[in-house]
Design a protein around this ligand. Structure first.
Ligand SMILES: NC(=O)c1ccc[n+]([C@@H]2O[C@H](COP(=O)([O-])OP(=O)(O)OC[C@H]3O[C@@H](n4cnc5c(N)ncnc54)[C@H](OP(=O)(O)O)[C@@H]3O)[C@@H](O)[C@H]2O)c1
Length: 444
């Protein structure tokens, strides 16, 4: 290829400012290098060679973690103040091209894993070539790199193409339930470094770590009529989820809250009642781990959600489940802001949970994480639509306050909601407990 960039231009992004250099190698694939800061003497440069993935990078597909890795890399480079991301076109689907990658997805939907799907189609598992990427790095004056990758073949490919790799920096992401299997296959069958992060409770974790929460969630399956429902809350040692004045920040420690963010990253949607929005003004996004933010869902019978609620910002999609009692003009105003407002049936003066969950299932939600508060926790347990219950217990006693679970009309211990398949994990100073909720009819 010609060693000179075809064009150089500044590209400000939401992750920071980059100098973009575009190259046109003889292979015909355009390469764009985004440079943060000064390359200087070209040694020790943090480099990510990112393989193009239209579905993950641009469309936000959750079949892979490419989009999360791309964003995480750009954030890392601007945070460090120096580094390069080489965007490698022609690497789509590990080199088999977009159409073949989509064909491989069809095979995966029929049961093959990502390796076998390529075999079935007579395609290579990894057909990527790193000579163009190496030429780009050399053209930029880079002499040695600290390579950001989980993929040992990428390191080998660049070394073979003449790049000095001084260090490999792993880039684990917190998996989504839809790509956890794919990431596990990459780890087991392709030697990728723990792409889903360390399983609990092997580590702290520290904020920014990826965390594998699938042991905590368990093997859940969505039903035809509703998503699989995971209920999660943080409580004090004396069973409170907030003080009498409604304060809940923070009951659990930073490590436990990191796990909560990984649980969000694993889920299609995270749901609270409007009471939690009014009390805590949560964002409900994924910030403490590298992962995709789920759709945020609010149960709000009459649309009491304030206009300036952070859950309405554009960091993630938001769905409000309301009833016919809400003002049509308010519904229109929220829709105009890009919020999905869905009118569902009403039961006992509130959003009907069966109808709400059925709508979420129709929207494609398979795994729903519920983060409270007390009203919603109690309603879901009363309605017997919880599949997995996860609670953290913190070394804190606060006396009277909000109980996690309110009135369930259970008069006899024998009629209590049964839990099974216990998981216990110490995390920081807290303890995480998780159980399956045993299927049983509501007490009459
Ligand atoms: N420690 C934790 O993990 C944690 C987590 C979350 C919240 N909290 C705490 O919990 C407290 C808030 O509790 P909360 O009970 O007010 O909050 P919530 O459960 O989030 O919201 C309850 C509200 O949701 C609406 N809703 C609509 N349909 C519902 C249904 N089917 N069932 C139940 N609620 C429905 C109702 O308001 P409308 O009738 O107006 O629709 C209801 O008042 C705060 O102090 C917060 O800090 C703690």
């Amino acid at each position: 290829m010609s060693t000179a960039a075809a064009v150089r231009v500044a590209i400000p992004t939401r992750f920071g400012n980059f100098d973009a250099y575009a190259f046109e190698p003889a292979s015909g694939n355009v390469y764009v290098a985004l440079v943060a800061g000064e390359i200087g003497d070209g040694t020790d440069v943090v480099v990510r060679v990112h393989s193009e993935c239209l579905t993950g990078d641009v469309l936000g597909s959750l079949r892979c973690d490419c989009g999360v890795q791309l964003q995480q890399s750009l954030r890392m480079l601007t945070a460090l103040g120096r580094g390069v991301l080489v965007y490698a076109t022609g690497h789509e689907g590990r080199g088999i091209g977009l159409i073949n990658k989509l064909r491989a997805y069809v095979e995966q939907d029929l049961g093959a894993d990502t390796v076998d799907a390529n075999h079935l189609l007579g395609l290579p598992i990894d057909g990527r070539d790193y000579h163009d990427a190496a030429d780009v790095l050399k053209a930029l004056g880079i002499r040695s790199v600290r390579l950001v990758t989980n993929n040992p073949r990428k390191t080998e490919g660049l070394v073979d193409a003449g790049i000095v790799v001084q260090e490999v920096i792993p880039l684990p992401t917190s998996a989504h339930h839809r790509n956890a299997g794919y990431l596990a296959t990459k780890s087991v069958r392709m030697g990728h470094e723990r792409p889903t992060g360390a399983p609990l409770p092997e580590l702290g974790p520290e904020p920014g770590d990826a965390v594998d929460v699938f042991g905590l969630i368990g093997p859940l399956r969505p039903r035809l009529e509703r998503p699989a429902v995971v209920l999660k809350y943080a409580q004090t040692m004396d069973g409170r989820i907030a003080t009498a004045s409604g304060d809940a920040r923070w009951i659990s420690g930073e490590e436990e809250r990191t796990v909560s963010h990984a649980l969000r990253a694993a889920s299609d949607a995270v749901m609270v009642g409007v009471g939690t929005v009014l009390a805590d003004d949560p964002q409900l996004t994924v910030r403490m781990v590298a992962g995709a933010s789920p759709t945020r869902v609010i149960l709000d019978t009459t649309l009491r959600v304030p206009d300036d609620a952070r859950v309405l910002d554009d960091d993630a999609p938001t769905v409000i489940l309301t009833t016919k009692r809400s003002e049509p003009a308010r519904r229109r105003a929220l829709r105009a802001r890009g919020v999905v407002v869905q009118t569902v049936a009403e039961r006992d003066g509130r959003v009907d949970l069966h109808d709400a969950l059925a709508h979420l299932r129709q929207l494609g939600v398979e795994l729903l994480l519920v983060e409270g508060g007390a009203g919603v926790i109690t309603s879901l347990l009363r309605t017997r639509v919880v599949d997995r219950l996860i609670t953290s217990i913190s070394p804190l006693v606060i006396g009277s306050g909000t109980s996690a679970v309110g009135q369930l009309d259970i008069g006899r211990i024998a009629d209590g909601i049964r839990l099974a398949n216990r998981t216990i994990l110490p995390i920081g100073d807290d303890v995480l407990l998780a159980w399956d909720v045993v299927d049983q009819p509501p007490a009459s």
